[in-house]
Design a protein around this ligand. Sequence first.
Ligand SMILES: Nc1ncnc2c1ncn2[C@@H]1O[C@H](COP(=O)(O)OP(=O)(O)OP(=O)(O)O)[C@@H](O)[C@H]1O
Ligand SMILES: [Mg+2]
Length: 425
Amino acid sequence: MKSADRIDRDEVTMTTSTRETDSFSMGTLSLLLIGPEEKRRTAVARAFAGSQATISCELSYYPSPDDLPGLLAAGYDAVIIDLDCNPEQAFEVIENLCGHNSSITVMVHSGKSDPTMLVHCMRAGAREFLTEPVLPGAASEALIRAAVRRDEGRRQRTAAGKLLVFAGAKGGCGVTTIASNFAVSLAAHEKVLLVDLDLMLGDVALTLGIRPGFTVLDAFDNLNRLDSDFLMGLTAKHDSGLVVLGAPDQIPALQPSGNGLDRLLRVAREEFAYVVVDAGSCPIKTCESLFEMATTVYLVSQVSVADLRSANRFVMRFFNGPDREKLNIVLNRYDSRNLDIDDEAVAKALLQPAKWRVPSDFVAAQRAQNTGVPLSTQKSALARSIHDMAAAASGRVAACTKKKKFGLFGRSEPDVLAGLKQWKN
Ligand SMILES: Nc1ncnc2c1ncn2[C@@H]1O[C@H](COP(=O)(O)OP(=O)(O)OP(=O)(O)O)[C@@H](O)[C@H]1O
Ligand SMILES: [Mg+2]
């Protein structure tokens, strides 16, 4: 791509403040402006300024089909194209754009109100034909329609594959064991992709005894080529039918961008009914994006003061609002006989009761991890409880593990709260 001819948002912000506009109640739209003549681009940008959008990028040339995937990875909501400078090239861009992404709104502007051209543009996939001079009122109405289309696209995408994210309150609390075996169970009935997003120390592939040739890093490094075929080429298949996208063997230099993560998971959800993620110890920004996109977040914690303290931090930071609905607390290595902390205290610390209790079975968990043979091949309470979680996630049974009664040795709620207070000090 001719980078000298591309003006990204940061530069636009610095050079033309009029191109940054107020927030839109439905969420600001991100626009890409394409037109070889600067004067004409500026005139159109002025019409869109003061309305409900940000011009995130301007191109002073008509992009080739090869440029488009990279350009569109930025996630623009609408593209505004100058038709008059070179109608033939402009038609081609419209066709390629709409072929690549049917939910994006393509708008065309022209000084000629020629009905044949208009029909041509609409057939190529354009949604709006703006006659010059483009007036702010017309621009604003076109943006409202684009916002409706964008929201509809988002709704459809959400209706695609479910995103089930497993995160740990603390290192070593059992996220990989539970996420991998959960995904294997789910794959017995559904089309499932397991993604290892623990970029530092991910060991999902090892846990399942497979050796993928590629990893999530190859997806992040090739965002402009990332579609479902490319994604499938990066994955490895487990004997259970589960498809796995593993973590790299070496610690990468960079973290994925929000856009990269969004694109990977979007493509994955278009292809798979369920995308299960081992979030490992991902950074705050990645957690934020992941949890926002997730259908369900399984927060794995052990029942100890230290684990509950960390889990409490997670809940307060990420699930203290409406997102609380999507949170499932999973208590791992749960042992009712040796419990020092009772259920009420857990619920108080985590602002909601635990939904799942996975029993402690060190022998079974170690054997599965060391041999790469999933838990589902053995008969154990551990395997059964993870199987129950997967069955509930796919709606096969709406079960959840029963609340257990605890004996005389249960730690009382005030003790735990005192413990929580201590951490704060
Ligand atoms: N329910 C369980 N009962 C007994 N041992 C378990 C259980 N779940 C996990 N383990 C063991 O605990 C250890 C850590 O588990 P695992 O690797 O799944 O945790 P993790 O949260 O993914 O760790 P990390 O922070 O390193 O990613 C492993 O040895 C595993 O076999
Ligand atoms: Mg792990």
